[in-house]
Design a binder for this molecule. Sequence first.
Ligand SMILES: [Zn+2]
Length: 343
Amino acid sequence: MTDVTGQWVDIDRLLLCNGPMALDAFTPTQKAVDWFREECRVLVIGAGGLGCELLKDLALVGFRHIDVIDMDTIDYSNLNRQFLFRTGDVSQSKAHVAAAFVNKRVYGVQVKAHHNRIEDFGDDFYSAFHIVVSGLDNIRARRWLNIQLVSQAVQEQNDDDDEDAPIKWHPKTLITCINGGTEGWKGETRVITPHNTPCFECLVDLFPKDPYNFPMCTTAEKPRSPEHCIVFAMEKRWVEKFGEKKIDGDNEVHINMIMEWAKEHAKKFNLDDKAVTYNLTKGVVKRIIPAIASTNAVSQQLAQMKLSKLSQELMPLLKILPILQVIWVALVCQQIMSLMKLA
Ligand SMILES: [Zn+2]
């Protein structure tokens, strides 16, 4: 497709000349640009906080054939950071609204929306993509996606009849997944190429545990924070009064009761009881972890480093090296934009 608006001229410069990130085997040609524009298919999973950023970046750098999957609908609380959505879009499909926004805004880009669960699709669907970028908000779904992509790898025939020969995988069946996730101030961006890097399942135990899981001796005898006092009120005072009855995080009476007990506990240990607020109490009770836009910027910084390393690790997948370089640039741009938003 001719770049009639000149919108991708800077990316073309990158693809049409060599650079310090390129392997020796990378030959900058118009063919590489055409492949990138016309043939490369990217699947974005999730059209939420990370998905909105990714769709914008991918479209602006010239990925033209993007699919996006999201089963969710838009909520008011999404509007502060999921900037492809407006007030009038509330309760509509995230995937459809995000796709329509990008298609309208970036000339020549075709984002195809799927208002579905990731499990609704199988091998045929996923194998059609060269690269998958995931911005899922839960571990269960990321595990499912990981198994789906890893299990699609096909072993190459070993002609030598040598049983000790290392296993080779058909490069085209190794679908790289760039896996992003954030939790409050914590974030990660991980590149997973099946059978070349550890997969999601290999490292799943590294995820942080429940942030409010404090030992009872700390919350009861040595509380140091308002959260400690709230957890004490939930685990000790509530249980003493109501036994097994569950706390309803949406019930104002329940939250107020926990808050008052937590304030009492804070005073007893000379802590600032004003720090125990209604919202904080509700947040701890419901295990709410706020989504923070700047975490994206930090996790993308990590993506830069990971993708730099990746350029050395993907020898069998030379075909996608130019894309990785472009994604690297996209992530740098995204980081700069995120920082600008904060300024
Ligand atoms: Zn693994």
